[in-house]
Design a protein around this ligand. Structure first.
Ligand code: G3P
Length: 226
C-alpha cells in the first residue's frame, strides 16, 4: 500500500512529507491552477521538497496522442527525479499510453470511471490506473465496487498495472478501497490528517503521561530525564 498527496500546495506538501509516510505527489490541471503561479516553477518546488526518489505525477493537457507524447517528453526532460505522466483515458489517451510505454515513459491512466477503461489502459501498458472514487459515487455509481472490479480483472489477467485510487471525500471511502484491492491511494491534504485523528488516542496519551508524572515527578517529561 502506498500513500500519495493529491495537491500542489508546496507548504502543505512539505509538512505532510515530514510527518507522514508519503510515496509521492499527484497533481492534475485543476490542482495546479489553484496555486496560481508559473507551473514549471511550482512543480520544481514540489520536487525540491519531496526529493528525487518520490514519484511526482504531472498530467498532460493536449488533445491528441502526439501532443501528449511531446508533453510527456518535455515534462520528463524539464523535471528531475521520478516523474509519472498522467494521461486521461480518452481514445487519444490510450494511444498516447501505448506510445509512451514503447518509449519507456511511465504513465498513470487517469479520469477513470469504469473497470473497462482501466482494463484497456492496463493492456496499453499504463503503470497505474486512477479510478475517481468520489466522482463515481456522485454519479450514483459505486467507486469502491469499480476499484474491486479493476483489482479482480488485473489479478485474473495477471496484469502488472497498479491501482492508484483517487478522488476521495472521506476516510471511509479510503478505508473501503484499501480493502477492495487498491495498491495506492492519493488523498487531499485535509483528509490525510483525518486518518489518525481519534479522540480516544489523545486521551490515552494524556493519561499515560499523568500516571508517569505522578510517580516520577511532574518535571519528568521523557524517558531520558525520568
Ligand atoms: O487525483 C484526482 C483527483 O484530484 C480528483 O479528485 O476531489 O477533484 O474529485 P476530486
Amino acid at each position: 500500500m502506498r500513500l500519495y498527496i493529491d495537491s500542489a500546495d508546496v507548504k502543505q506538501i512539505a509538512y505532510l512529507n515530514e510527518y507522514y509516510p508519503i510515496a509521492g505527489v499527484t497533481t492534475n490541471p485543476s490542482i495546479i491552477v489553484k496555486e496560481n503561479r508559473p507551473y514549471i516553477e511550482l512543480i520544481e518546488d514540489i520536487r525540491e521538497v519531496i526529493g528525487e526518489e518520490k514519484e511526482l505525477f504531472v498530467q498532460a493537457i493536449g488533445d491528441t496522442a502526439e501532443e501528449m507524447m511531446e508533453e510527456a517528453k518535455f515534462i520528463t526532460h524539464q523535471l528531475s527525479g521520478n516523474v509519472m505522466v498522467k494521461i486521461p483515458v480518452t481514445e487519444e489517451g490510450i494511444k498516447a499510453i501505448k506510445l509512451l510505454t514503447a518509449n519507456n515513459i511511465p504513465t498513470c491512466a487517469t479520469t477513470i470511471y469504469t473497470a473497462s477503461q482501466a482494463f484497456l489502459a492496463a493492456l496499453a501498458g499504463a503503470k497505474y490506473v486512477a479510478p475517481y472514487v468520489n466522482r463515481i459515487d456522485n454519479l450514483t455509481g459505486n467507486g469502491v465496487k469499480v476499484v474491486s472490479e479493476i483489482a479482480r480483472i488485473f489479478t485474473t489477467n495477471q496484469l502488472p498495472t497498479k491501482i492508484l485510487a483517487a478522488s476521495f471525500k472521506n476516510v471511509q471511502q479510503v478505508h473501503d478501497v484499501c480493502l477492495a484491492g487498491a495498491y495506492a491511494i492519493t488523498v487531499g491534504t485535509d483528509l490525510i490528517e483525518k486518518f489518525i485523528t481519534f479522540p480516544s488516542t489523545s486521551t490515552d496519551v494524556s493519561v499515560f503521561k499523568e500516571q508517569w508524572q505522578k510517580v516520577y515527578g511532574s518535571d519528568k517529561t521523557t524517558l531520558f530525564n525520568s
